[in-house]
Design a protein around this ligand. Structure first.
Ligand code: ZN
Length: 330
């Protein structure tokens, strides 16, 4: 582990130590506090002796992302006992429930637009997110994003970013300002240098769509069977505190649609008999889209996912797959 990271963990542990000592001044006989203080001292001791982050059972490295969530972790995932494993599984289940509650209602029709999505985490929790948020002026915000990393830490940062965007939306800022502020705040609040690729769009009742693409796979604009890629207008969110964002503007007529997806779709890899073949790829998505003119988002997504499943055969996607379709109906 880098010395910068060790120092940040030492700081975190010292804060805990101070809090525990304060509490012990008032409740010196609290055995729980005494036990926790012993764990903190033990961890600080290990840092001083260069043995911090080494599993007490197998002496391999403990997963770093777990140390940043809980600096008192002393055993690697593989060496958890049954009770610890069960506690972790129940935490994961709970985290998964929280995440599912963050998802918007599927297949909505708002202000002359239809919205539909497909959300399929590869594990119990996901770093992907999507959202559909109607605003007071009859416009609708739509979002898709993918937080770097995997597992619980990515899912925590995803929930955090979700909350951040919702708070920023309440100020009525233009999209480029929302992205700029989100990037700055996300950058300052992540200890583990997470970032997120993300697309935020705003669909107006008159067919205008504004869209900002933060280092994300180009959304695909489908009109009369032709497909156009919407290029990035800025860096991933949280990568730089001072990133600036541009906004693309399009006019969509009735039956035009935009498809947004996370890279779990196009970068999925097929494996059969131990042989790995190429990625599903953007081109295949484009070909699928060219066929589906004038149909509802649910149908577009069903057809795409059916093709994806056929292509994958017996392989399972290794990454989260999220697809969002925004279609003009008026
Ligand atoms: Zn171990």
């Amino acid at each position: 582990m880098e010395s910068l990271q060790v120092n940040s963990l030492r700081d975190q542990l010292n804060v805990r130590k101070e809090r525990l000592n304060n509490a012990l001044d008032q409740r010196p006989d609290d055995s729980n506090l005494v036990g926790l203080l012993k764990q903190v001292d033990n961890a600080l001791n290990k840092i001083d002796h260069g043995t911090y982050g080494i599993c007490e059972v197998c002496h391999d490295a403990v997963e770093e992302e777990r140390l940043f969530i809980d600096p008192l972790v002393s055993v690697c995932l593989g060496c958890l006992d049954d009770a610890q494993r069960h506690a972790l599984e129940s935490d994961l289940e709970f985290a998964a429930k929280i995440q599912r509650n963050l998802l918007p209602k599927n297949n909505q029709s708002i202000s002359g637009w239809d919205f539909g999505y497909h959300y399929n985490p590869a594990g119990p929790v996901s770093g992907d997110f999507t959202d559909i948020i109607p605003l007071n002026d009859d416009s609708v915000i739509f979002i898709i994003g993918d937080v770097s990393g995997k597992g619980i830490s990515a899912s925590l940062m995803m929930s955090h970013l979700h909350g951040l965007i919702h708070s920023l939306l309440s100020f009525g800022l233009p999209l480029n300002e929302i992205m700029k502020k989100a990037s700055r705040l996300f950058n300052e609040s992540t200890i583990y240098s997470n970032y997120a690729t993300m697309v935020i769009g705003k669909a107006y009742p008159d067919g205008i769509v504004e869209i900002a693409v933060a280092g994300h796979n180009p959304p695909l604009l489908v009109s009369n069977g032709s497909v156009q890629r919407i290029q990035a207008t800025g860096m991933p969110v949280g990568l730089f505190a001072d990133a600036e964002y541009g906004v693309n503007k399009f006019f969509l007529k009735k039956d035009d649609a935009i498809l947004l997806y996370t890279d779990g779709l196009t970068e999925s890899i097929k494996e059969s008999g131990g042989i790995r073949s190429g990625e599903y790829g953007e081109q295949r998505v484009v070909e699928q889209l060219a066929k589906v003119n004038g149909t509802a988002p649910k149908f577009i997504i069903d057809e795409l996912m059916k093709d994806h499943k056929t292509w994958l055969k017996d392989s399972r996607p290794a990454d989260d797959v999220t697809v969002l379709v925004v279609k003009r109906t008026a």
